[in-house]
Design a protein around this ligand. Structure first.
Ligand code: NAD
Length: 289
């Protein structure tokens, strides 16, 4: 397939490389020269404008920073320039409302579009082991499945357009809550004379087990290997968690959903970010307790 790939940053760079490895012809575009140069090294054909990259392709994939940029790229440079037969796949994490708006505009111009945000960080993007949560029609999903497969551990149809973004924001709100809860439990054990490693050994096999504790233990030297063992470098940046919680809180407001723990987690991560910790792994919130 001929696939245009827009946004070759930390995530998109590795994803596009995996499409090349799978034998696809990848037409790459990014505003940043260094990102484009890396894409060329990985076997992508590079272009100096979105409109040129999407010309004559079967699929357009985007991996961009936010909803405003996604809207701008699609309305200015993809819709009307890619063939209407092309399937449009936005993998960025953006507001549900933005995802539905862009897909609506694409649909009015005759394109099929899906939202397909991912779970898994840069290592999963490089390794082709992302989980994609896809919103769109059955037909668009089965076409998207084929294009996403070389980048994926799993591709799951969440529902109609926007449902992928709903799944992503709900998942990450839950992740923030169980990360903070895990940090608090570890600290409480420690303050009350229970060795944290012993607490890990018990709770990871008891009803407190969860991904943050079992697989990503946020205390240095305790439990599973995680960015905590590397001074909280690498992993999932706290700034990205703040972004995702912002999306979840906006959707909660709009839909009237009651999310008191999610709102508190958002406040704690916002303060952590504002204190200059946005570049650290989100498990570093452990150090503030
Ligand atoms: P990034 O900032 O590393 O990459 C974004 C890329 O988009 C950059 O190379 C930038 O130059 C490019 N770009 C910006 N505006 C553009 C435009 N108008 N046209 C073309 N290119 C443009 O970000 P990232 O970490 O790769 O994240 C991308 C998306 O993936 C975000 O929506 C993020 O929330 C989501 N995500 C990231 C992670 C992660 O661990 N990094 C995990 C899951 C989801």
């Amino acid at each position: 397939m001929k696939i245009a790939f827009i946004g070759l940053g930390n995530m998109g760079g590795g994803m596009a490389a995996n499409l090349v490895k799978a034998g696809h012809e990848v037409h790459a575009f990014d505003l940043a020269e260094d990102a484009l140069a890396r894409a060329a090294e990985n076997g992508c054909a590079t272009f100096s404008a979105v409109g040129e990259a999407v010309d004559g392709v079967d699929v357009v994939v985007s991996m961009l920073p936010n909803g405003a940029i996604v809207k701008n790229v699609y309305t200015a440079d993809v819709i009307g320039k890619a063939p209407t037969s092309a399937l449009l796949i936005d993998c960025s994490t953006i507001d549900v409302a933005d995802a539905r708006e862009v897909a609506g505009l694409a649909g009015e111009s005759g394109y099929a579009m899906v939202d397909a945000p991912v779970s898994g960080g840069i290592a999963a993007a490089n390794g082709g082991t992302l989980t994609f949560m896809v919103g769109g029609s059955e037909e668009a999903f089965s076409r998207a499945n084929e294009a996403l497969e070389p980048m994926a551990k799993a591709v799951i149809h969440a529902g109609a357009i926007g449902a992928g973004q709903v799944a992503k924001m709900c998942n990450n709100m839950l992740l923030a809550i169980h990360m903070i809860g895990t940090c608090e439990a570890l600290k409480l054990a420690d303050k009350n004379g229970l060795d944290m490693e012993k607490f890990y050994e018990i709770s990871s096999k008891a009803t407190g087990y969860n991904w943050s504790l079992n697989d990503y233990t946020p205390a240095p030297g305790i439990g599973a290997t995680s960015p905590a063992d590397n001074d909280y470098q690498g992993g999932f940046a706290a700034a990205l968690m703040v972004k995702d919680l912002g999306i979840a809180m906006a959707a909660a407001d709009q839909s009237g959903a009651n999310v008191p723990l999610g709102a508190h987690a958002a406040e704690l991560y916002r303060a952590f970010n504002e204190a200059g910790n946005g570049g650290k792994d989100f498990g570093a919130i452990f150090t503030t307790l």
